[in-house]
Ligand binder design. Structure first.
Ligand code: FE
Length: 215
């Protein structure tokens, strides 16, 4: 960063620098400039949202899931008003962040999340989505053959369990609250969080069993 740019808060790359970016990055810059120009949000708000997303990882979601397993009252709040419940744990989602819905897996219902259009994902809690989530193969097959997709991830859902495929949008993102694995009585919240994988919060797998986590 040049001395000129320092103290300015963020960078405004010139045309020469833009030309070195790929087409997607250039498009993102153009959209950002338009959003600011039209007064939809400020450059500072965009920067803040990017910083939050980059600071988050599946470990943050796992913490939330483990808390819900430990505390049924928190779980009820999380399902009813995720934004408020998350702020209790220090995850204040920015106003500009899309709505987040938390969907609970039960013995009778298994939820699977996809974005058929692009790659919408609860980045403000889980960080960056995995590459396969953005692939055309997953986006199309998750809808047509969700059980087949889950089998490829090693998860066989019994025929008598209803599978719900949830299609994320720019306005609404989903977090799966997986079922607490059996044999986890007496485990601490921290130990439970280690069982919660990223993929189990998308719904393509279940959380790790304590035996597998120990191995
Ligand atoms: Fe999307």
């Amino acid at each position: 960063m040049s001395a000129e740019q320092e103290g300015h808060g963020h960078e405004h790359p010139g045309m020469a620098e833009d030309a070195e970016l790929g087409p997607i990055a250039r498009r993102a810059r153009a959209i950002e400039a338009l959003l600011v120009e039209k007064g939809i949000c400020t450059a500072g708000e965009i920067q803040r949202a990017v910083e939050i997303n980059e600071s988050r990882s599946p470990a943050d979601g796992a913490r939330v899931v483990a808390r819900a397993w430990m505390d049924p009252v928190f779980k009820a709040r999380l399902l009813a008003d995720p934004r408020a419940a998350l702020s209790e744990l220090g995850y204040a989602l920015p106003e500009t962040t899309p709505q987040l819905a938390v969907v609970e897996n039960t013995p009778g219902v298994h939820n699977l999340v996809v974005c058929t259009l692009c790659s919408c994902y609860p980045r403000a809690l889980l960080g960056t989505p995995p590459d396969w989530y953005k692939s055309l193969a997953y986006r199309s097959r998750a809808v047509v053959d969700p059980r087949g997709v889950m089998r490829e991830f090693g998860l066989d859902i019994a025929e008598d369990v209803e599978v719900r495929v949830l299609d994320s949008t720019a306005d609404l993102r989903y977090l799966v609250l997986p079922q607490r694995p059996p044999g986890t009585d007496g485990m601490s919240e921290e130990e439970l969080a280690k069982l919660v994988s990223r993929d189990s919060m998308i719904g393509v797998t279940n959380p790790r069993s304590p035996e597998i986590a120990r191995a």
